[in-house]
Design a protein around this ligand. Structure first.
Ligand code: IMP
Length: 175
């Protein structure tokens, strides 16, 4: 598949994604038994993941969406912008962040800091994808569906210059 100037090939088919999403949802259902967590999904990239994850959650729960972009093109700009759109009171509540991909981890580290100021009961990170080789900060990622090598990917919500979010499978750039 060609997106703008780059060629991509399927690297994680939908069936594998959904299998891992169901596995992680099961872990959350077990770990949060008796609680009513607030899922905080980070737009835009996590919209598909959040939809599939939430359909596997059997706990009473809420979902809210925030924005925290720091990415342009294929290279992290390093610009961490503010978290916007938090319209749910998370004070004293268990929060589960739903993120599409943890790359350097800087976005998540900054978001954790921001959320702490609201005094939630707890905050856990649930990410669809993790690039372990690119992590720059010490981050506790409690829930991770898939670990991937250090390659640019798109699809299933993730983009390349805002394109390519609308696929069922995940694609990797062909160098
Ligand atoms: P971090 O702050 O470096 O961890 O970057 C996290 C954000 O960068 C994610 O929420 C994505 O929006 C974006 N990102 C990182 N790697 C990729 C990729 O391979 N494809 C698409 N977006 C990515």
């Amino acid at each position: 598949m060609k997106v703008k100037d780059k060629e991509f090939r399927v690297s994680i088919p939908e069936s594998e994604i959904l299998k891992q999403v169901a596995r992680v949802a099961k872990e959350i259902n077990r770990d949060y038994e008796g609680e009513t967590p607030v899922f905080l999904a980070v737009l835009n990239g996590s919209f598909m993941f959040a939809a599939d994850l939430l359909r596997e959650i059997t706990l009473p729960c809420e979902i809210s969406f925030v924005k925290m972009t720091s990415y342009e093109g294929v290279n992290s700009t390093g610009t961490i912008r503010e978290m916007i759109g938090l319209n749910t009171d998370i004070t004293g509540r268990p929060v589960i962040i739903v993120e599409d991909i943890v790359d350097t981890g800087l976005t998540m580290a900054h978001m954790l800091e921001t959320l702490k100021a609201h005094n939630p009961k707890s905050v856990d990170i649930c990410t669809l994808l993790l690039k372990p080789d690119k992590l720059k900060v010490n981050l506790d990622v409690r829930y991770c569906c898939l670990e991937i090598p250090n390659e640019f990917i798109l699809g299933y919500g993730l983009d390349y210059d805002q394109l390519g979010r609308n696929t069922r499978d995940i694609y990797t750039v062909v160098e």
